[in-house]
Ligand binder design. Sequence first.
Ligand code: 5CU
Length: 378
Amino acid sequence: MAHSTFRIVDVHTHMYPPAYIQILESRKTIPLIRRFAGAKDPRYIILPAEAEALDKSSADANPSLLPGRPVTSHYSSLAQKLHFMDTHKIDISVVSLANPWLDFVPSEQAGETAKSVNQEFSNMCAEAPGRLYFFAALPLTAPPETLLASIGHIRGLMHCRGVILGTSGLGKGLDDPALIPVFRALAANKLTIFLHPHYGLPNDVWGPRATEEYGHVLPLALGFPMETTIAVTRMYLAGVFDQVPDLRMLLAHSGGTLPFLAGRIESCIVHDGHLVREGKVGPARRTIWQVLKEQIYLDAVIYSEVGLKAAIDASGVDRLMFGTDHPFFPPLTSDEQGEWESMTWNSEAVKKAVGDGSDAAKAVMGGNAIEVLRLYET
Ligand code: 5CU
């Protein structure tokens, strides 16, 4: 059934619940939260590319040279999330734990940590009826039976609509055959995977000047999207989408560079002697274009109508969903309690790509998410 009232839905919006923040505060290696003398807020250091800056920093470093990003109330406060939503007229948010999720949690603690983090998300959603849903976190470092049991837990949580997943899987990436039972369990429970990058590309790709001169631009603008592109292409080449045809994935940042590179991926497959000899390029093969239109959704967190049009061409306007990436990318020169460009750039891009007030714009801004993620059910 179509739900016609126009509502804005943010499918890419993160939170770090207080218990998770405590875990980060207790850590000595990344990911961690650390206080520096003279800095108002503690700093959150997560990216592999930031580890070097952390090693060079001292407790009383110049605040403008501190590693990582400030941890403000936007990271963990429900009231702040609702304020952000109200300021930007966002009706519903599908919140998720941000990277690197539970990837670093020791195996024996992972199951319980996932349970309590997911319960915290569930409680948060219950405090804001009709306005919040969530993507749960999986205990990927736990033994297989604990991992599958966690899917049993989250499928019973009323506001859970899927899981947020990084690209490392169980340690060998998402084309690892050991993940097939996990993908099957998620698909069987109609839990969409929100695929999000974290690890980027190896640090030496960025060159010796990056740490001191280029801020976080290279790993975030280029490393993240390439990581997503590579992870999904590996899944495609391994036949995961055919093995689990009911699997549904929402890809962060409009699919990385997948919409732009899908043609090149296809050409490389069709011209690969090894794949042809192995009979993997026969007439029954679903192309990556087909998978993009049948099993993949893309968020609209790409900040420009150029990227958005590529995403629409690749997956279809009915598979694109608006997002903000809050609390990342706060405004640096205006009040954080006011308007954020992360919202306005993405909503302007939607208007420019499909027309202000058009049915397509309404679908991308909220209608698609409501239908696909069943945001009318409680
Ligand atoms: O600014 C950043 O580091 C990030 C991040 O880590 N994760 C994310 O989703 N957006 C920005």
